[in-house]
Design a protein around this ligand. Structure first.
Ligand code: FAD
Length: 390
C-alpha cells in the first residue's frame, strides 16, 4: 500500500464508540476513515451485556451519584435511534428486551428498603407481579420482588452490523499504526505503510488506546483496566431473563442477560458481583462452581442438569481513576489534532460522540472537498461471542 489518503476525521478502533462516532460524523457531512486491526465490535463491545442503563443501578450505592445523573438521558436517545427517528437510524437493530428488571430474591433488607423508597428510584421503577414477571421467574416457588426499569437491552452483534452499514466505504482493516508528522506536528497516521492525513484523529480503540498512545510517544491520558470473569450458561430449560439480582451490597449480586443461540436455545450471560474481584481470582472451574451455586440458590426451579458452562475473561478499559473508581461519563482528552477517549459504557456512546462533535465545532473544523476513497480492505464484523464457547 503506498497511495496516501486524506479525510476529515480519522478514527482508530471500531467498537461501539468508534462506529457510533463515525456514523454521527458522516451524518454531519464529514468524511471519515475508521481503521481497526481486528474485527468490528470484537473488543469489549460484543462481549458487553447490551444494557442501555439509565443509571438506576448506581443509586444502589446510596444517594444518586454523578454516574446516575450523566447516564439518565441515554435510554431516550437510544430508543429514538432504534425507532429510526433519532441521531442515527438504528432501525433493524434487535431489541432483546424493552425493560431491565431489579430482582430481590427475598424480603428487602434495610439497605434495599431505603433504595426503593428513595425519590430517584421511585420515579424510575414499578413493581411487577404474576404474569408480568420475566418468564424465568414465573414459578410458584419464586418468592422475591421484581421491579421494572425503563432500560433497554440490545442485541449487540446486530447493533455493530447496523453501525458498520452506516459507515459507507470508509472502513479499513490494518495492523500497523505509526504517527505521520510534518514539521514536527502530528498531521495523520501511517497505516500499514499508507499515509492518511486528517484534520482530526480520534483514538477509540478501547484497551488498545494505551498501545496506540505509546506508538505516538504519549504517556497521557493514562488508562486503567478493570477485569471481569463472566459466566456463560446454555441450556434447553432456560427462559429469557434481563435482571440485576440485588444482594444488599452496592453492586448487583448477579446481572443476567439472555441471548438466543443459533440452535434456538437460550444462553444466559452472568455478570455483576459474581464476575468482579472475587470471580476474577477464581479459575474457570471454581468460577463455574460459584455460578452454579448462585443459580441453585436463586432459581432452584430451573433444571440445569443438561447445561453447558463456560467463562470469559475480559477487561473494561477506561481512563485511569484514583482507587479504580468507576468513571461517570464518556471521557475525551485532546492534544492538538489528536483526540483520545473511552465511552466507559456502551450506553454512553452518544455522549462520547457529543464530546468529539463539540470539539470539532469549537475548533471550526469544516468538511473539506475530498477525492472519493478507493476500495479498501474491510474489517470483518464480530460474531456473537457465545457461539463456539458453549
Ligand atoms: P471496544 O469495544 O473494546 O473496541 C475497540 C476496538 O478497537 C476493537 O474493535 C479493536 O479491534 C480495536 N483496536 C484495538 N487496538 C487497536 C489498534 N492498535 N489499532 C487498531 N484497532 C485497534 N456497557 C453498557 O453500557 N452496558 C452493558 O451492559 C455493558 N456490559 C458490559 C459487560 C462486560 C463483560 C464488559 C467488559 C463491558 C460492558 N460494558 C457495558 C462496557 C462496554 O462494553 C464498553 O464501555 C464499550 O463496549 C467500549 O467500546 P469501545 O468502542 O471503546 O471499545
Amino acid at each position: 500500500m503506498s497511495d496516501s489518503l486524506s479525510t476529515d476525521v480519522l478514527i482508530v478502533g471500531g467498537g461501539v464508540a468508534g462506529l457510533w462516532l463515525n456514523a454521527r460524523l458522516r451524518r454531519l457531512g464529514y468524511s471519515t476513515l475508521l481503521v481497526d486491526k481486528g474485527v468490528l465490535g470484537g473488543g469489549q463491545s460484543v462481549k458487553s451485556q447490551g444494557i442501555i442503563h439509565g443509571g438506576t443501578k448506581y443509586a444502589l450505592s446510596g444517594a444518586l451519584t454523578g454516574a446516575s445523573e450523566a447516564i439518565a438521558d441515554m435510554p431516550r436517545r437510544w430508543r429514538e435511534a432504534l425507532a429510526g427517528n433519532g441521531e442515527l437510524d438504528l432501525s433493524g437493530v434487535r431489541l432483546l428486551s424493552d425493560a431491565h428488571y431489579l430482582w430481590s430474591p427475598g424480603t428487602l433488607t434495610g439497605n434495599l428498603t431505603s433504595f426503593f423508597a428513595s425519590k430517584a428510584v421511585r420515579s424510575r421503577v414499578g413493581q411487577v407481579k404474576g404474569s408480568e414477571l420475566p418468564p424465568a421467574l414465573q414459578d410458584s416457588r419464586f418468592k422475591g420482588k421484581v421491579y421494572r426499569l425503563s432500560e433497554l437491552v440490545l442485541d449487540v452483534p446486530s447493533l455493530i452490523q447496523r453501525l458498520a452499514e452506516l459507515s459507507g466505504p470508509g472502513l479499513l482493516k490494518a495492523e500497523r499504526i505509526e504517527p505521520l508528522r510534518e514539521n514536527s506536528e502530528l498531521t495523520g497516521l501511517v497505516v500499514d505503510g499508507r499515509s492518511i492525513r486528517a484534520q482530526r484523529i480520534v483514538l477509540t480503540a478501547g484497551a488498545g488506546n494505551a498501545e496506540l498512545l505509546n506508538a505516538l510517544g504519549l504517556a497521557q491520558p493514562a488508562m486503567q483496566k478493570r477485569p471481569l470473569h463472566m459466566v456463560i450458561v446454555k441450556a434447553p430449560t432456560l427462559k429469557p431473563l434481563y435482571a440485576h439480582c440485588l444482594g444488599g451490597g452496592s453492586k448487583p449480586r448477579i446481572t443476567v442477560t439472555s441471548h438466543a443461540a443459533e440452535d434456538g436455545e437460550w444462553v444466559w450471560y452472568l455478570g455483576g458481583d459474581l464476575a468482579e474481584a472475587g470471580g476474577v481470582a477464581r479459575d474457570e472451574a471454581a468460577q463455574i462452581a460459584a455460578a452454579k451455586k448462585e443459580l441453585a440458590e436463586l432459581v432452584p426451579w430451573i433444571d440445569l442438569s443438561a447445561a453447558k458452562w463456560a467463562t470469559l475473561r475480559i477487561d473494561r478499559a477506561e481512563p485511569a481513576q484514583s482507587a479504580l473508581a468507576r468513571p461517570d461519563n464518556a471521557f475525551l482528552a485532546e492534544q492538538g489534532r489528536l483526540l483520545v477517549g473511552w465511552p466507559t459504557k456502551l450506553a454512553l456512546s452518544p455522549d462520547f460522540a457529543d464530546r468529539v462533535e463539540g470539539a470539532l465545532v469549537r475548533d471550526g473544523i469544516q468538511p473539506q472537498p475530498l477525492a472519493p476513497l478507493p476500495e479498501l480492505p474491510r474489517p470483518a464484523i464480530a460474531r456473537p461471542f457465545w457461539e463456539g464457547l458453549v
